[in-house]
Write a protein that binds this ligand. Structure first.
Ligand SMILES: [Fe+2]
Length: 387
């Protein structure tokens, strides 16, 4: 009964508003998208309808424009709800959702999120979605994604890919032409090769701790050279001293890593895989990190993003929807650049590194928002987390 009354009230308010044509269509579009999303997310349809019908009353009925229309609309709704049989808790959910509905850059509870997403979808249909409104754009893409899933290849495939990459690493180590003529590529490829093997092992054979520690060491011995090379690429102001040191490091690595030594290393990588199985909670761990993306977590997020990148590249893992994969890879690249800037803050003292780091941080936050939205939109309500 109350919902029928509210519908009439909202329609009349739209009709007698300052822009009757736009407001009437917008109300219809928001109601349609809200109904669809409430089914998809398994939320209470009556609550969702009340929120959808009342969300813009501040503007249509009270003629309040701009940011304030949400808050005034929420107050009006509180009065209207007195005559309804919604419980006190339900009334609070409805009024909160209306009050928050234009805070598109924040993530609130599932009812608040639903009206924000439905409103964004309606804005697109109304033809008033600004191209630079990244938050509404993200909400639209995330709302239209399918279920979030992560699938793994069978164990035997993991083992064959592992063995294949052991051979690849060996060839990279022994590529003397590259070692002498393009040492920066040589270092980078070896580090990447080692990291790929470590990623496979971590999931396929978590008990192989000893060889994982070795792999860590082998990656680490390349790190300083890689770090200095990245620094020289990012800033041409670096002193000739840095270049001299870098060349020294390359020479040192080249003479240290003899054929005999490499063969010994490769020998250690020959593992008999027995009863190992893939630990498959990878996505859940990534989700937890994204949901709690504090600055302290950024490093873990970067490492986890890297392993998702390697595993999808090697065909051992499939993540869907596609938008999620793209966002993870983009976020991973941004975090990598940001990390370079942080680590090299001293070298970049006189450059514009502060501005660039600030821009990167903003892009990172946007990407995290997008991934969180996909996770929230594409999992069932029981998995919804609050801020
Ligand atoms: Fe609104």
């Amino acid at each position: 009964m109350f919902l029928n009354y509210l519908k009439g009230f909202a329609e009349a308010s739209a009709l007698y508003s300052e822009e009757p044509e736009f407001e009437t269509t917008h109300l219809e579009n928001v109601i349609l998208h809200s109904m669809h999303l409430s089914k998809k997310r398994n939320l209470d349809e009556k609550l969702v309808m009340a929120i959808a019908m009342g969300h813009d009353l501040g503007r249509t009925h009270l003629k309040i424009h701009g940011k304030k229309h949400a808050k005034t609309g929420s107050k009006l709704m509180k009065k209207l709800l007195k005559d309804s049989d919604f419980s006190e808790e339900e009334k609070r959910i409805i009024c909160d959702a209306i009050e928050h509905h234009n805070e598109k850059n924040k993530i609130h509870n599932e009812y608040d999120e639903l009206i924000k997403d439905a409103d964004s979808l309606a804005h697109r249909d109304d033809g008033i979605l600004a191209e630079d409104n990244k938050y509404e754009q993200s909400r639209i893409i995330a709302s239209e994604c399918d279920l979030l899933e992560m699938a793994f290849a069978p164990v035997f495939e993991w083992i064959s890919v592992y063995n294949e990459h052991v051979e690849i690493l060996k060839a990279k180590y022994l590529d003397m032409d590259k070692c002498n003529n393009h040492p920066e590529e040589w270092v980078h490829e070896i580090r990447t090769g080692i990291r790929k093997l470590r990623t496979i092992l971590k999931l396929l054979a978590p008990s192989e701790k000893k060889i994982q520690r070795k792999l860590d060491q082998w990656a680490l011995e390349m790190s300083e050279a890689r770090f200095l090379h990245v620094a020289t690429v990012k800033s041409d102001r670096l002193s000739p001293k840095v270049n001299k040191k870098l060349n020294g490091l390359y020479k040192e690595l080249g003479s240290k890593l003899t054929q005999k030594k490499i063969e010994k290393r490769i020998e250690q990588l020959n593992i008999e895989f027995d009863h190992e199985k893939i630990m498959s909670d990878s996505l859940a761990r990534y989700e937890r990190l994204i949901m709690d993306a504090t600055p302290k977590n950024m490093h873990k997020l970067r490492v986890k993003g890297k392993s998702i990148k390697y595993l999808t590249q090697m065909g051992l893992m499939e993540l869907s929807p596609r938008e999620m994969v793209d966002a993870v890879l983009r976020l991973h690249d941004l975090l990598g650049d940001y990390n370079d800037f942080l680590e090299m803050a001293d070298y970049f003292k006189d450059s514009s590194y502060k501005d660039e780091a600030k821009n990167l941080m903003e892009s990172i936050q946007m990407e995290i928002f997008f991934i969180r939205k996909i996770i929230l939109c594409c999992t069932t309500t029981k998995n919804v987390r609050y801020n």
